[in-house]
Design a protein around this ligand. Structure first.
Ligand SMILES: Nc1ncnc2c1ncn2[C@@H]1O[C@H](COP(=O)(O)OP(=O)(O)OP(=O)(O)O)[C@@H](O)[C@H]1O
Length: 445
């Protein structure tokens, strides 16, 4: 992602992995890959947003970029200097130039300190000894954020959430920072107040030429203020681009799914019609290939498999349950018998052995929304063989049969971020120029 040499902050291949330990000896048994190789450049004066669901690594990314967390790998350059090599004095200077705003403004205030002292604190730390001058600056800042100079004497608990966030902004601006990093700055506030705070950030950004990095799970927030946006999923950026391009012409299925989830005021507008189900997977064991493939509504089928999208997704979900060995045949059969309209009436032992295999297989298919018969003969044969193996208690054979027929390029190969026609970059095999398998077919809708 090469933009200009005059970027304020440049991040290359940033990773933050947290060790997972067990036992009294704290033996490392794994690593949570919270951030797993992200790169970006913040141009001076731009507002950049990182958006994604809870748990995909946004806060850790921001914290690692400003060394609140020590990165595991990668490089972060601020005005061309490698911040990971800063000594204590350089780090102190950096901490003045980069100010942080958090979701909960209370966390940055000492409840026993009045607002005047709280906003002036960074000036004191910076060595400004002139009390009168400090008061002037604080009065001016409070007025600029929409409060009054007389609020200086009051204490944080006397203010509403929105007002506290204004005070937090005044405090952040006190030392003329070059970069503001705001982590969910409005998500704790009422919707009506959110817009006001975002407008204020926008105003300051323009007036003072600030560079702003906003972290949010809310696409509406980033759309309101950001010039560019990165969409993050499970420690990686899956799409990066100018805000309007990304919102009007999303290229990654994850971006499309996030956009679909935004409620629209128009009841006839059904959005992009994509539903995002399930949670972000565990970052200590991310899915292979494209990390989104386990939830993606647009997974590319393997060569020669031709199923409608919804049915293909159901087959993939069924395969996932087989992989996890979580298909509870006994319970499914028990329910099947109860609902079987008398066919098995009076049966003393409703165990799978006492039931016709064809019925067991049909009930398992129903449980996972797989139709009784798939139109694609290859897919049908694979599902049927796997069901036979399951009923014979041969889980490994079932897994192997499904893997043989249904392993997709999305699971096999990791897509890289690449430029798309709309001016953004996205990491998705749907955008591959030459598909890994030439006869790979897009799913019929
Ligand atoms: N100190 C830690 N030790 C281990 N794992 C961690 C630690 N901090 C974060 N994680 C894990 O890293 C992943 C990313 O967390 P992070 O808070 O950065 O995500 P997020 O997108 O900001 O979500 P949220 O908005 O909920 O904070 C999560 O799975 C989280 O559990």
């Amino acid at each position: 992602m090469s933009r200009s040499d005059d970027s304020l902050l440049r991040v290359d291949g940033l990773k933050k992995h947290y060790p997972i330990t067990e036992g009294v000896l704290n033996t490392e048994v794994g690593r949570a890959r919270a951030v797993d190789g992200i790169s970006l450049e913040l141009e001076r004066g731009e507002t950049f947003g990182i958006v994604g669901e809870s748990g995909c690594g946004k806060s850790t990314a921001a914290a690692s970029m400003v060394r609140l967390e020590e990165p595991t790998d990668g490089e972060v350059r601020f005005e061309g200097e490698n911040i990971l090599k800063y000594d204590a004095a350089e780090l102190r200077q950096f901490r003045r130039e980069v100010q942080l705003i958090f979701q909960d403004p209370d966390s940055s205030f000492d409840p026993r300190m009045n607002v005047g002292d709280a906003v002036a604190e960074p000036l004191v730390v910076q060595g400004m000894t002139d009390r009168h001058r400090r008061r002037e600056i604080v009065a001016d800042l409070l007025e600029r954020v929409g409060l009054s100079a007389s609020d200086m004497k009051r204490y944080p608990h006397e203010f509403s959430g929105g007002q506290k966030q204004r005070i937090g902004l005044a405090r952040a601006l006190a030392v003329n920072p070059k970069l503001i990093v705001a982590d969910e700055p409005v998500s704790a506030l009422d919707v009506s107040v959110q817009s006001e705070i975002l407008r204020l950030i926008d105003e300051f950004q323009r007036e003072l030429g600030l560079t702003v990095l906003i972290i949010s799970h809310d696409l509406g927030v980033v759309r309101q203020v950001c010039d560019r946006v990165a969409v993050m999923y499970l420690g990686e950026f899956v799409e990066v681009g100018p805000t309007e391009e990304l919102f009007s012409n999303p290229q990654h299925p994850y971006t499309r799914a996030l956009l679909s989830a935004i409620p629209t005021p128009d009841p006839t507008d059904r959005g992009l019609g994509v539903e995002l189900t399930g949670d972000v997977p565990d970052p200590s064991d991310p899915p292979s290939g494209c990390r989104f493939h386990t939830r993606c509504p647009e997974v590319i089928p393997p060569s020669g498999i031709d199923l409608p999208q919804e049915i293909w997704r159901a087959v993939l979900n069924f395969r996932k349950q087989v992989e996890r060995e979580s298909i509870d045949v006994e319970s499914i059969v028990e329910v099947g018998v109860l609902e079987s309209d008398g066919e098995y009436e009076g049966l003393e032992d409703p165990s799978p052995d006492a039931i016709d295999d064809a019925d067991c297989k049909r009930w398992i298919r129903t449980e996972y929304d797989v139709p009784d018969r798939l139109d694609d003969p290859r897919a049908e044969a694979a599902v049927d063989d796997a069901l036979d193996a399951i009923l014979e208690g041969e889980a490994e054979r079932a897994k192997a049969r499904l893997a043989e027929e249904f392993t997709t390029v999305c699971e096999r190969e990791k897509p890289e971020l690449e430029g798309c026609s709309g001016g953004q970059e996205a990491a998705c095999h749907l955008l591959d120029d030459a598909p890994a398998e030439p006869d790979e077919l897009r799913l019929t809708e």
